[in-house]
Ligand binder design. Structure first.
Ligand code: ADP
Length: 445
């Protein structure tokens, strides 16, 4: 504001007079042409006409002949038969038609001279007023400027907070985001550009929060996995080492005991191999961009019958009373092999963790737009507090029993991954005399 006031004053002081002179040329020329026209129209007595013009427009008019003798004048007391004033004579002899004269004197003026029909018409106007006007208008500019400055400052003081407050808040929250602190949110106060910016900052913070939390979970998961895996491998490695040393140092002194030592080493190696294979399968299933490649629509009964056939020997060997139910013509869209593996893992657990009642029931039904495959087995079930955890990698309810059963705590994690890939859900529920696991997968649309 101060800058624009100073510029206005400077322009006023430097250019206003020049502009005034420039603008007046056409005005004075207009009067001269008007007088000339009157003369051409045969006006005999010019004096009343030019005196009228002088009175109305504050211009001094002198009409002279070619020898610069005044023919009529609106302001000379002698009026006629005198020579034009010196300065007008100088202008005429120098061929100047317009300009400011007598600038240094007390009465500077603007003069326009028109030569027409052997006569000179000189129209002049005092210039003194313009210098005063510049001074007055500059004074006015200063007063108006100070007033504007005062009012503007009060206004800015009152209202600038509305703009700066949200910007300061956004700056602080951007700092928080840079330090990975996503707790604070920018207040969205308006629907304008600032409001949009506030919304965008909040959305960015939300998205970053989700991504970073995801990354943290991933890292935590990987750490746990590495810890659990090392722990899982430690036992078989310890067993293998012990038996190998037994053979080396002659503890197994007969061929028979050496043989049995070797069998144990081989079985522990198989166990490790099995675990590593399952682990690799699981990480392939959990891969970020993993999608189902071999999806087909098939009758669920065919999958159930394949499982019945596969497990027939195991059921007989374990003296398990097995029965199954499958809804007729129940179609499902899924990866046949993967789904078979998921159900197999649950059925295998039903065999492993059964009790003396030895019963397993496999059911496949449709309900509310979903296919539900459930496996019930008699047994002590799982404490309710742990039902959620059994789907986690390497989680075992009873470590000793799982190991005895040849489990690694990966079977149900694999089930969950497969079902998740099919956009389904898994549940486990204790019942009166056992436990029921269920897989639920959306029916083909
Ligand atoms: P594992 O290879 O140890 O069987 P799972 O992931 O298949 O691993 O199962 C995780 C744990 O859940 C098992 O260690 C076991 O303690 C428990 N579990 C799974 N199925 C049953 C079941 N049918 N009855 C009782 N406990 C079960």
């Amino acid at each position: 504001m101060i800058g624009s006031i100073v510029i206005s004053i400077l322009l006023n002081a430097v250019l206003l007079e020049k502009y005034y002179i420039f603008k007046n040329k056409s005005i004075l020329e207009g009067y001269a042409l008007q007088i000339n026209a009157e003369m051409d129209n045969g006006l005999k007595d010019l004096v009343p006409f030019i005196e009228e013009l002088d009175r109305e427009n504050a211009v001094a008019i002198t009409v002279a002949d070619e020898s610069l003798i005044i023919l009529a004048s609106s302001y000379f007391p002698q009026k006629e038969s005198n020579s034009v004033p010196k300065e007008i004579e100088t202008m005429i002899t120098s061929g100047i038609t317009y300009g400011a004269i007598d600038k240094e004197n007390a009465q500077p003026k603007l003069v326009y001279i028109l030569k027409a029909g052997g006569k000179y018409i000189a129209v002049s106007k005092p210039l003194k007023g313009i210098a005063e006007s510049v001074g007055i208008s500059n004074q006015f500019y200063i007063i108006a400027g100070l007033f504007t400055l005062l009012v503007g400052s009060i206004f800015m003081f009152r209202f600038s907070g509305r703009v700066t407050k949200p910007i300061i808040e956004m700056g602080e929250i951007a700092d928080d985001i840079a330090n990975l602190n996503f707790e604070r949110k920018v207040t969205v106060r308006s629907d304008d550009e600032l409001g949009t910016l506030a919304k965008n900052i909040n959305t960015t913070a939300d998205k970053l929060k989700v991504s970073i939390e995801g990354l943290r979970k991933d890292i935590e998961f990987q750490k746990n996995l590495a810890r659990n895996m090392s722990h899982e491998l430690k036992t078989p490695i310890g067993v293998i080492k012990g038996y190998a040393e037994g053979i080396k140092y002659g503890v197994a002194d007969t061929e028979e005991s050496a043989d049995s030592y070797c069998d144990i080493i081989v079985s522990e190696c198989d166990r490790m191999n099995e675990m590593v294979t399952e682990m690799l399968d699981l990480s392939a299933l959990e891969a970020k961009d993993r999608t189902l490649e071999n999806v087909s629509t098939f009758e669920l009964l065919s999958l159930i019958l394949t499982l019945v056939e596969r497990f027939d020997f195991i059921f007989k060997e374990n003296k398990i009373a097995f029965s199954y139910e499958c809804e007729k013509d129940l179609m499902i869209t899924a990866d046949y092999e993967l789904l078979q593996r998921a159900v197999s893992n649950i059925v295998m657990n039903a065999v492993k963790y059964n009790d003396e009642h030895k019963a397993v029931i496999l059911r496949a039904l449709s309900e509310q737009g979903k296919v539900c495959i459930s496996v019930f087995n008699t047994g002590i079930g799982i404490p309710d507090s742990q039902l959620d955890k059994i789907w986690d990698v390497f989680y075992k309810v009873d470590t000793a029993r799982s190991r005895k059963m040849g489990g690694h705590g990966l079977g149900l994690a694999i089930v969950k991954s497969i079902v998740t890939l099919h956009h389904g859900t898994v549940t486990a529920q204790n019942t009166k005399d056992g436990i029921e696991f269920a897989i639920s997968i959306p029916l083909p649309i």
